[in-house]
Design a protein around this ligand. Sequence first.
Ligand SMILES: *[C@@H]1O[C@H](CO)[C@@H](O)[C@H](O)[C@H]1NC(C)=O
Ligand SMILES: *[C@@H]1O[C@H](CO)[C@@H](O)[C@H](O)[C@H]1NC(C)=O
Ligand SMILES: *[C@@H]1O[C@H](CO)[C@@H](O)[C@H](O)[C@H]1NC(C)=O
Length: 173
Amino acid sequence: MVIIRLPFLWLYSLTNAFLGTPVPSISSPSPTSQPHYTFDELYNLQVKFFDNFIYLADVTQAKSINSTLLAEDIQGRIDITRTFDGRELNTEYLFRLFANLVADPHSISLLGVLISYEILHFAANEYVTSAATRFMFNFTSLGLIIPIEIDSWNTWNKARQVTQYNRSFKYWQ
Ligand SMILES: *[C@@H]1O[C@H](CO)[C@@H](O)[C@H](O)[C@H]1NC(C)=O
Ligand SMILES: *[C@@H]1O[C@H](CO)[C@@H](O)[C@H](O)[C@H]1NC(C)=O
Ligand SMILES: *[C@@H]1O[C@H](CO)[C@@H](O)[C@H](O)[C@H]1NC(C)=O
């Protein structure tokens, strides 16, 4: 397994242009409970989170059933259409999906095993991170390594857990 990371990293300061304006349907944590992380702290949180999606780390997370990387009341949203509430459901969605593939790589041919990633763009402010990331999947049944770009947006609590996330798949090859 080769993990190639960050050959290119463009750091963007927080701008409305990149993060967009908040959409009311995702509620903000109350101002008093919001942590105020530095940019570097947020970047490290993001990297640690993504590291746990790589094959084997994802298996460990999936086996935990309730990942401690996620807040108990985490809310997740995928491509606007699907939402997941709570730690157990989000652990299942985020980590077990990949772990199942590893347990039986030939049972599902559409998805692959995540072997590495590269953060292409990153923006962060206080408790919010936004990243455009290229994930490299090994589609073992096809014998192909395929990149998939995912835009993601996370909020973090004082326990360094993800409280909300959304992500959209930029393209499926
Ligand atoms: C995620 O949600 C935030 C706030 O609602 C929004 O600004 C952002 O564009 C969304 N990002 C994606 C990838 O869906
Ligand atoms: C995971 O969390 C849910 C909700 O809090 C709980 O019902 C369940 O028993 C937990 N499972 C494990 C294995 O900790
Ligand atoms: C992809 O998966 C196949 C089958 O498990 C394996 O032989 C190959 O080494 C993997 N490739 C990478 C780059 O991990």
